[in-house]
Write a protein that binds this ligand. Structure first.
Ligand code: GLN
Length: 299
C-alpha cells in the first residue's frame, strides 16, 4: 500500500479531530515532519509525493499516540520558545507562549531599564535568578538574549527537571547558566555570603488544586503536577516567593512573575507591603499574566 502524503495527512487529521485534539491539522503535519525529520520547507518540496507502506504504518502509530492525549511535544520531545528549540519531556512543563510575553518584557527591563513605558532601573550588569526553571526556558533565553546579564542562576526543586535544563543549556550554548537544586530559596540560604540578585523571575505552579481535574487531558494527564499545582487557592508559591524575595534582592531589585489570568488583584495585594511600582501586565490575549514590582527602599 502506498498513499499520497496529502491523503495520509488528511486521514491523520480526521482521526485527531475525532479524538478531540484541538489543532488537528497542525499536529497531523507536525507528526509527519517529525517522523521524516523534515522542516516545513522540506515538507513543501515533498508533500505531493506518495508515502510508502512502512511510513504509513509508523505515521498511524504516532497519530494513535497523539489521539490518546499524549502532547505533541512529548512525542517530538521539543518545543520552540523565543526562537530556540528546547528539549522537553514529562518531567518539565512545556514552555508556553504566554511565558514568552514575560521573557520579552524581562529583556526590555534588562537591556533598556523599562517595561511597557514604565522605568524600573537602568544598569549594565544584571545578576538574575529564575526560580522554578523547569526546562530552563526563561533562564536560557534571557542569558542568550541579554548582553547585560552578567550572571544567570536558575533553580528547581526537581532534579529530573534540572537534568533537562542542563541539557538545554549545553545544546543552546548557555553552559554558563548556573543551575541549583533548590526548593524556592531554601538552597540559597545559610551560605557564607548570601546571593543577592537584581532580578528574580519565576513562572511558579499557580493552578488551583480544584481546577486541576478540569484541565485539558494533555496537561492533566501528562504534564508534571509539581509544575502546575499552586495549592488550594493557587497562591502557595507566590506567598513564599513574595515573603522571601526581599532577602535575596539587591537595593532596587525587581521581582517579576507569571500569574494566572484571575490572580492579578491577589498578587497586587501580596506585593504591596514590600514592593513599589507594582504593576499587573497583560498577555497577548489581553489577560492579566505578569506581576512586577521593585523592592521598597528600607527606612
Ligand atoms: N500556564 C500554565 C497552564 O495553564 C500553568 C503554568 C503554571 O502553573 N505555572 O497550563
Amino acid at each position: 500500500m502506498s498513499l499520497p502524503i496529502k491523503e495520509l495527512l488528511n486521514i491523520g487529521k480526521v482521526q485527531l479531530e475525532e479524538s478531540g485534539v484541538m489543532d488537528a491539522a497542525i499536529d497531523a503535519k507536525a507528526l509527519y515532519c517529525f517522523m521524516k525529520d523534515m522542516d516545513s520547507k522540506q515538507f513543501l518540496l515533498n508533500w505531493q509525493f506518495e508515502a510508502q507502506d512502512d511510513d504509513c504504518e509508523r505515521y498511524f502509530q504516532l497519530i494513535d499516540l497523539r489521539s490518546s492525549g499524549v502532547p505533541l511535544q512529548h512525542i517530538t520531545e521539543k518545543q520552540s520558545f523565543m526562537g530556540y528549540e528546547f528539549k522537553v519531556n514529562e518531567k518539565v512543563l512545556i514552555p508556553r507562549q504566554d511565558t514568552e510575553t514575560m521573557v520579552e518584557d524581562a529583556i526590555d527591563l534588562i537591556e533598556k531599564g523599562s517595561i511597557r513605558g514604565e522605568a524600573y532601573q537602568e544598569k549594565k550588569n544584571w545578576e538574575v535568578l529564575d526560580l522554578c526553571t523547569g526546562s530552563g526556558a526563561i533562564a536560557i533565553s534571557l542569558f542568550k538574549e541579554c548582553k547585560n546579564v552578567k550572571k544567570m542562576s536558575a533553580s528547581d526543586v526537581s532534579q529530573d527537571a534540572l537534568d533537562v535544563a542542563r541539557e538545554n543549556a549545553r545544546n543552546l550554548g548557555a553552559e554558563k547558566v548556573n543551575f541549583l537544586n533548590s526548593d524556592l530559596f531554601d538552597g540559597f540560604k545559610g551560605r557564607l555570603k548570601k546571593s543577592k540578585f537584581d532580578l528574580i523571575i519565576s513562572n511558579p505552579p499557580y493552578i488551583r488544586s480544584d481546577v486541576i481535574p478540569t484541565l485539558q487531558r494533555e496537561v492533566r494527564d501528562h504534564e508534571p503536577m509539581l509544575a502546575l499545582d499552586g495549592g488550594a487557592d493557587g497562591l502557595d508559591f507566590y506567598r513564599r516567593i513574595v515573603k522571601e524575595a526581599p532577602e535575596f534582592l539587591k537595593a532596587d531589585g525587581i521581582l517579576m512573575m507569571e500569574i494566572g489570568y484571575d490572580q492579578g488583584s491577589d498578587l497586587l495585594a501580596l506585593m504591596a507591603e514590600d514592593f513599589d511600582q507594582v504593576k499587573c501586565l497583560k498577555d497577548l490575549a489581553g489577560k492579566d499574566r505578569i506581576i512586577i514590582g521593585k523592592l521598597k527602599k528600607r527606612a
